[in-house]
Each structure stands twice: as structure tokens, then as C-alpha cells.
Design a protein around this ligand. Structure first.
Ligand code: TYD
Length: 209
């Protein structure tokens, strides 16, 4: 199943998805002709998401298989809880999520092996479109270096694997009927924002608003 009006941003750490989603939020708030945008993210800021972020920051230690299951439990709430992704898209809102299923298939595919995340994520619906923020892992790691707290996946060797696995999985997503948009995330913040908007404004929900 594919969820109309549901868009996801994916990419390695430091690829700028969070920054770009914030810019979009401002653009939608400023223009009343546009549909309502619900900008959201995974891991969420709910109780399970907070537990995950504790593990990412090394405040608690969890087995990789436990973390894989927590990402999925958090996603389940994100999608199916009242006022979650499915409720909102059904009510005609545009929902854009910073990360979704592909993050699990990529990241937990590296830490747990391919089979577990595939099995755990099999029943989640596909989004209407996926924007992939394509960045050179070295550039991404230079950006990450400036952060005060380094998370468990934020080092070059891991990010190079992340990039590789995304590239393998994107054609599969496309084959499932998801509109896959490649964004050159090495470019400046303004150029990336323009590229994102150029594509987003063609989505039926935005076009007809
Ligand atoms: P993110 O919120 O994008 O990073 P930041 O802390 O910089 O805002 O994502 C947190 C990390 O979680 C990121 O390294 C990717 C990872 N992640 C997974 O490993 N699996 C998942 O299913 C998701 C949603 C994220």
C-alpha cells in the first residue's frame, strides 16, 4: 500500500534533511495558499523515540536487535496513533517525515544484518514520494564534526556503508511505485532548498492547492 500525501526525506547523517524540513515549514507557514504541512521526524519525540535517542547518544546501552525493534515500535506509533501520519494524510494534510522505513533497512541492515529490519518493517505502507539527500560521506562527516554530541553511527566508515546501502535500496522503492527524487545535498543550503521546492510543488496536493 502507498500513502498519498506522505513524503519522506532520507539520507546519511549530516545530509541536511532536518535543516531543509525546517525551511519548508517556514515556507508553508508563510503562504496560506499551500496545504497544511505536518513536518515530523523519526525517531519521534514520543517516549520510545526518546529512549532511542538516549541509546544514540550513548546514555544507555542497548543490543542492536533491541534498538531495531524500538525504531519499529516508535514508527508504529508515529503512523497509527491518533493524529499520527495516517490520520493526518487522510484529512488532507501534507505529511513530510525526516526519516522512515528506509533508515531502518539501511542503518539496522548494517548493525543487525539484512534479515531482521526487513522482517520487522515488512508491513509498513510506502510513502507517495521519497527525497534522497545524496551527499559525499566525507563532506557529511565534516559537517557532523561540528556537532557537540557525536552519535553512535556518526563516523566515516559507517556513513560510507550507509551511502552504499541507500543506493542499492532506492531502485527497489522506485519499483514499488514510490516517486524517488535525488537531491544533490553537497550543494549550498539555498540551492538544496530550491531543488526540494522545485520537486515538491509538483506533487498533486501542492499543485492543486
Ligand atoms: P536523525 O534524527 O536524522 O539525526 P539527528 O540526531 O542528527 O537529528 O536520526 C538519528 C539517527 O537515527 C540517524 O543516525 C539515523 C538513525 N536511524 C536508524 O538507525 N534507524 C531508523 O529507523 C531511523 C528512523 C533512524
Amino acid at each position: 500500500m502507498r500513502v498519498q500525501n506522505f513524503v519522506v526525506f532520507e539520507g546519511g547523517d549530516g545530509s541536511g534533511t532536518t535543516t531543509q524540513l525546517n525551511l519548508l515549514r517556514n515556507r508553508f507557514e508563510a503562504d496560506l495558499h499551500l496545504p497544511r504541512l505536518y513536518a515530523t521526524f523519526e525517531p519521534t519525540d514520543g517516549p520510545i523515540g526518546r529512549l532511542i535517542r538516549g541509546a544514540l547518544k550513548r546514555e544507555i546501552t542497548l543490543h542492536p536487535g533491541t534498538l531495531a525493534r524500538l525504531f519499529v515500535a516508535d514508527r508504529n506509533e508515529h503512523l497509527y496513533a491518533p493524529s499520527g501520519v495516517l490520520d493526518r494524510t487522510a484529512q488532507g494534510e501534507l505529511v513530510i517525515s525526516d526519516r522512515y522505513v528506509l533508515s531502518s533497512l539501511v542503518y539496522q541492515g548494517i548493525t543487525c544484518g539484512k534479515a531482521l529490519p526487513w522482517e520487522l518493517n515488512a508491513s509498513f505502507p510506502f510513502p507517495e514520494a521519497l527525497f534522497f539527500f545524496n551527499i559525499d560521506p566525507e563532506t557529511a562527516c565534516q559537517r557532523i564534526e561540528q556537532r557537540t554530541v557525536k552519535e553512535i553511527y556518526e563516523y566515516l566508515d559507517f556513513q560510507a556503508q550507509v551511502q552504499e546501502r541507500y543506493k542499492v535500496l532506492l531502485p527497489w522503492y522506485e519499483g514499488e511505485g514510490v516517486k524517488v527524487v535525488m537531491i544533490d545535498a553537497d550543494k549550498s543550503l539555498e540551492e538544496v532548498a530550491e531543488a526540494v521546492w522545485r520537486e515538491l510543488k509538483n506533487l498533486p496536493i501542492v499543485k492543486t492547492s
